[in-house]
Write a protein that binds this ligand. Sequence first.
Ligand SMILES: Cc1ncc(COP(=O)(O)O)c(C=O)c1O
Length: 459
Amino acid sequence: MSAASPVSSSRTAVLSAAARVATEYLESVRERRVAPVPETVAALAPLCGVLPDSPIEPEEVLSLLHAIGSPATVANAGGRYFGFVNGGCVPAALAAAWLVSAWDQNAAFRVQSPVATALEETAIEWVRELLGLPAGCGGAVVTGATMANFSALAAARHALLTRAGWDVEGDGLFGAPPITVVVGDEVHSSLIKALGMIGLGRNRVVRIPVDGQGRMRADALPHLDERTILCLQAGNVNTGAFDPAAAICPAAREAGAWVHVDGAFGLWAASSPRYRHLTEGFEMADSWATDAHKWPNIGYDCGIALVREPAALRAAMSIQAAYLAQTEQREPSNYNPEMSRRARGVELWAGLRSLGRSGMAEIVERTSSHARRFAAGLGAAGYRIHNHVIINQVLVSFGTAERTLRVVDRLQAEGTCWCGSTVWQGHTAMRISVSSWVTSEEDVDRSLAAILHAAGDNV
Ligand SMILES: Cc1ncc(COP(=O)(O)O)c(C=O)c1O
């Protein structure tokens, strides 16, 4: 095809336009309100009708998206979004995502994308090292911690039932020996969902009491054995607290239980010399789930499952067919729940390569210090902080539950920043999660002022 063909000229024009509008968006996002107003959301209506018969130029599609879609976005990229545990996207990962889309690789098998498989493998290894996990782990780059929990728990299910003489991949769970799943009472809902998806049941879990920070009580553990999956948490979504892995793991291993860790964001504390002590003991587990779209700021969607014994993950996920050409080396499809997939491992590689070890540690340290600044400012104003602010999460309330919810509503409507609400052990609170590499001290101070204003007397 010649360079002047209609396909290539329209592609060049629309890609140049995409770079222009994306840059324009990012340059203005820091100064716009964080949540869109209802009018801009309602203005999406013309984009949501029936599919028209006739084609339009790609540039026209892009300008519709920018003109109507951009104002209806949540300014996650702007540094004052503190909802959920939403990270931002470091420039190298964002730029890599653009190039990866242009490459249009299918990262299912090595033969389909040697570059995607090589960089994904390297990135998994870098993640393992940053998290201080044992050499020789196997892993998968999935869409998030929900799927990372799913994948790792499928490996656990395989290992435990194989030991019991049961072929779960072949015969399913009908008539299988029972497995006991033990979780802390403040387990993340995504882990419970993952248990439901792999047939272990959302309700069949044994819940262990937790302390006021949400940490599993080591003294309340039930009998563990070789048919038990014990799920620990590194980083509670509300408080940031870590289960006492060092106190729990040796006995669990001794009993032959499989220990799984949901470390969606908290495990990244291991990358910082200052915060590493919080993750002590988690390296003794058998499997781990984490997210690169949270603290590492790699952009959506990027989660990682790691398993000490790669054969268990491979057995749970492997796929064969005559037409699926496979090599002797690691084939992503044999470790992932998906087959066809984006080369998201390349974005992970690019983001981590740009940060290096010290850049990753710096994000953990800076965002945690911002969280302490929030807590200090709110505490000084007389508001109750419900958690020990050990990493990047803050829980604060403003009097009664009703008043706290009114403050959250008022803050969200005002638009300087965005924080959500939660109920922590019976107390309604505002959640502040500082997870973006973009957030500056000035963003914290502006947001603090907006929160204090929203909590003003007449709320
Ligand atoms: C501890 C924990 N586990 C799992 C998840 C789910 O992660 P994802 O949305 O990437 O699936 C979260 C999300 O905040 C989390 O905090």
